[in-house]
Design a protein around this ligand. Structure first.
Ligand code: ADP
Ligand code: MG
Length: 361
């Protein structure tokens, strides 16, 4: 498949596996692991659209930006809402990863995980962005596939596996066998929606306006999907909508669980309906291997237990759930020629190999 020249270049080049997530972007270098792990945020000048900061630095500006600057999450809902900003972000991260290498003469080959619902136009945009950031070759892989590989699931075997990847903007549920996705669902209910639930709850119950970061903090500290061995409380700080003054109230984990229940139920329902559609032979396999969970949202306390309880299938949290997609993409790079043939989700974007005006070097 790869030409002789490709193989020689591959020996020296710094190949990158990228998880272009709605909340966090990670870059892994082949044989080296993760070198970049930053929020998918970009700060731009409102007028000139000039990029001022990318990643953690841009996220720091959220809610604190002067009017002139806007902090943007270009992938917020799992769709690429802003091509140019996505391109600038990807360019910044690829260059950063590349400049950290000692020898950066050959340009990298890049495997990028993209949300499974993206359109051809969006795929093309990611492809072009990576190319213009200096990638020699670009391969796209559907995120649930990369997550499953990163979680150590045997996706290329006949045996079925099921991954649930709960990110910031989207939850993806997919069943694999023989290197392909058999059934899959992608919904826009995930970590961000949970934060939103907490904001709404605080507003309705306490007339308290809280920020996104406060809501996320509450979710991570005391949010849950199943009764906790010991229920907790935390103080919720914001602005009282009636008096307009700052205020702090105590909120319990029981209340937060109630606030999160709609989103959690929607996710559970999506897993159940995916199982409903899965061929019986594969369901039998799943009862053996269980349901694997990845993505930051899967770390919500009690969620794994809740999924197990509601599906009657043993459920487990992947090791290091936030890095599964990046590690999966890195693993694919190592076996690009073997896996490219098998993985349905891995597309050598039309322009990269076959067909007209091939930009391949
Ligand atoms: P994406 O792939 O969309 O970039 P990630 O997999 O990085 O998303 O997950 C980010 C989401 O996970 C955020 O909504 C964040 O609040 C949430 N998250 C991270 N840690 C936890 C935790 N311990 N409990 C609950 N949610 C968490
Ligand atoms: Mg993700």
């Amino acid at each position: 498949m790869a030409s002789f020249l490709d193989r020689i270049l591959g020996l020296f080049s710094l190949d990158l596996g990228i998880d272009l997530g709605t909340a966090n972007t990670l870059v892994a270098v082949r044989n080296k692991g993760i070198v970049i792990n930053e929020p998918s945020w970009v700060a731009v000048d409102r007028k000139s659209r000039q990029v001022l900061a990318v990643g953690a630095e841009a996220k720091e500006m959220v809610g604190r930006t002067p009017n002139k600057i806007v902090a943007i999450r270009p992938l917020r809902d799992g769709v690429i809402s802003d091509f140019e900003i996505t391109e600038a972000m990807l360019d910044n991260f690829i260059k950063k990863a590349h400049s950290r290498a000692l020898f950066n003469i050959p340009r990298p080959r890049v495997v990028i995980g993209i949300p499974s619902g993206v359109t051809e136009v969006e795929k093309r945009a990611v492809y072009d962005a990576a190319r213009s950031a200096g990638a020699r070759e670009v391969f796209l892989i559907e995120e649930p596939m990369a997550a499953a590989i990163g979680a150590g699931m045997p996706v290329t075997e006949a045996h079925g596996s099921l991954i649930v990847d709960i990110g910031g903007g989207t939850t993806e549920v997919a069943v694999f066998a023989l290197g392909g996705i058999v059934v899959s669902r992608s919904i826009r209910v995930a970590g961000d929606e949970m934060d939103e639930d907490i904001i709404n709850y605080a507003r309705q119950k306490y007339n308290l306006l809280i920020g996104e970061r406060m809501a996320e903090k509450i979710k991570i500290s005391i949010g849950s999907a199943f009764p906790l061995p010991e229920e907790k409380t935390m103080s919720l700080r914001g602005r009282n909508l009636v008096t307009g003054l700052p205020e702090s109230v105590e909120i319990s984990s029981i209340e937060v669980r109630e606030a999160l229940s709609n989103s959690v139920n929607t996710i559970i329902e999506t897993i159940r309906s995916t199982l409903d559609e899965t061929p019986p032979e594969l369901v039998a396999d799943l009862m053996e291997t269980g349901i694997g969970m990845a993505g930051g949202g899967s770390m919500l306390q009690g969620l794994v237990e809740r999924v197990a309880d509601e599906t009657n299938i043993h459920t487990w949290l992947a090791e290091d759930p936030l890095t599964c997609v990046a590690r999966g993409a890195e693993a694919v790079l190592e076996k690009l020629d073997d896996l490219a043939r098998v993985l349905v989700g891995l597309e050598r974007t039309t322009a990269s190999r076959a067909g007209s005006g091939s930009p391949r070097l």
